[in-house]
Design a protein around this ligand. Structure first.
Ligand code: AMP
Ligand code: GLY
Length: 481
């Protein structure tokens, strides 16, 4: 049952490092009954939970509904955004059963960026200036117009192309002209630091955001997202917005519809390379407490809560939508104050891995409280330890990479004092060996009384793990002492 003190059977949906960390923490709850998992091919989850014995298809939730009924599931925990956007939280909610994760209506904050932008603009939440496009030609013209004033050659070409009605004819004409004129080609290849950011409005597995550095890249992104539909329907609508400068922070909160509990600040490291260089990734490492906000001064966190989180939750309520689950705000600290980059409606990955290691309270109680609007009564305690989480990725990630690569050294790494290793993109092959199966393969989390100690433990363990192509950043937590 969901309330009272008896054991609670839990169904955990999802199969990455985030879910392994959630399972690991749930296992430590004295109130946990049985733990069922949908993704036992993750060896970490296989060790902690019982696989569900029905096919998992989020578009056909009735099998999972029946599974929940049959196994007296008191709590369903939904890790990733896709099932949330599809309405799995709505489908699995039932009397006596709590779902941790927002409804489809509330998940729109992440799954429909164009809608989210409108909502928060109406609520006066500080964010990047943006425009929404459903017509690729209009989107192209908008981006081109940003550099026209400085580029007479381009402005002449755009003017000449204006009379061509058909959009593919116009593109063909422009490509021919550009190919024939090196001066024009140079305009498209020239670096511009203030080109707008282009985002697929829908869910694109974290890959739908492009920060172009040349006009050519920007137009190519529009082509790929809106015309070639690289992210399917998610790219029919795009948000094109002002590029913000500053340092980025993740603020994650538990929200029970009314009460908001801000979790410990984390700092993710999005770029692949040391010193924040190279391509954007899903996240290469996290420190917790992290970044500017982890310095013990709560004023910035309070400002973000007052200016971004609270007005958003209120605006949702005015629309008749109650948000219950994790609300994760990606925020840029600009010279003009904190501005929202985007919302996610789930734990960040790998932020969750660091948070679960630092959390001292019972995660099962917190999840039940979030789902039953009783967060104000919940007990929230954090360890004073510092935590450093390093992602070990496949060679080639975030581009193409090999899978099925054998991994060695896991046992030795797990024995390093203060270290937990979570499986993100691994599986067992036919011979029972743990091999890579994704871009981000493992999360090595170290803890210690100082960040220096936490990172020493994490890197010591990370260095004991070996697989061909192993890719990691060497500077996670280096600046935090
Ligand atoms: P997302 O995957 O949607 O969280 O966005 C990916 C990353 O793109 C963010 O974490 C930021 O680093 C970057 N980003 C998104 N929007 C902007 C913006 N308006 N200005 C600068 N960077 C941005
Ligand atoms: N670590 C970033 C995310 O989960 O979106």
């Amino acid at each position: 049952m969901s309330s009272g003190g008896g054991p609670v059977n839990v169904l955990l949906i999802g199969g990455g490092g985030r879910e392994h960390a959630l399972a690991w923490r749930l296992k430590q709850s004295p109130r946990l009954g049985r733990l069922f998992v949908t993704d036992p091919q993750n060896p970490g989850l296989a060790e902690l939970g019982t696989p569900v014995d029905v096919p998992v298809d989020f578009r056909q939730p009735f099998r999972l509904q029946r599974f929940c009924d049959k196994n007296s599931i008191g709590l369903v925990v939904i890790g990733p955004e896709d099932p949330l956007a599809l309405g799995l939280a709505d489908a699995l909610a039932a009397p006596g059963r709590v779902v941790f994760g927002p409804s489809a209506a509330a998940a729109r904050l992440e799954a429909d960026k164009a809608w989210c932008k409108q909502l928060i603009r109406n609520a006066s939440v500080p964010t990047a200036e943006s425009r929404i496009f459903t017509d690729p030609e209009a989107a192209r013209f908008y981006v081109e117009s940003r550099v026209l004033a400085d580029e007479p050659a381009l402005s002449k070409l755009v003017e000449a192309s204006r009379t061509i009605r058909d959009s593919s004819d116009r593109r063909r004409f422009m490509s021919q002209q550009i190919a024939a004129d090196p001066a024009l080609a140079a305009v498209y290849a020239k670096r511009h630091d203030d080109l707008p950011v282009i985002k697929a409005s829908g869910l694109a597995k974290g890959k739908g955001v492009v920060l172009p550095s040349t006009l050519g890249e920007a137009l190519d992104a529009i082509e790929r997202i809106m015309v070639k539909l690289e992210f399917d329907e998610a790219g029919r609508t795009v948000v094109i917005e002002e590029r913000l400068e500053g340092s980025e922070v993740s603020v994650l909160c538990l929200v029970d519809g009314r009460n908001i509990y801000v979790l410990e600040p984390c700092q993710d490291h999005k770029r692949l390379g040391d010193g924040d260089t190279g391509p954007n990734t899903g996240g290469m490492g996290v420190i917790c407490p992290g970044g500017i906000m982890g310095q013990g001064d709560d004023s910035l966190l309070n400002q973000i809560q007052a200016e971004i989180i609270v007005p958003t939750v209120d605006a949702m309520r005015r629309e008749g939508i109650e948000f219950r689950g994790v609300l994760y705000a990606g925020v840029m600290l600009t010279p003009a104050g904190p501005k929202l980059l985007e919302f996610n409606v789930r734990f960040g990955d790998p932020e969750c891995q660091a948070l679960m290691v630092r959390l001292e309270s019972d995660i099962l109680d917190l999840m039940l409280a979030t789902g039953t609007r009783t967060l104000d009564e919940a007990d929230m305690r954090w360890s004073t330890d510092r935590v450093c989480c390093i992602v070990l990725a496949s060679g080639g990630y975030p581009g193409r990479y090999k899978t099925g690569v054998p991994i060695g050294g896991l046992d030795a790494a797990g024995k390093v004092p203060g270290v937990v290793v979570f499986h993100a993109g691994t599986k067992r092959d036919n011979e029972g060996r743990v091999v890579t199966s994704g871009g981000r393969v493992l999360n090595v989390v170290g803890r210690g009384v100082s960040m220096a100690e936490a990172r020493r433990a994490a890197y010591q363990a990370a260095d004991l793990i070996n697989f061909e192509g192993k890719t990691l950043r060497r500077d996670i937590g280096a600046a935090a002492g």
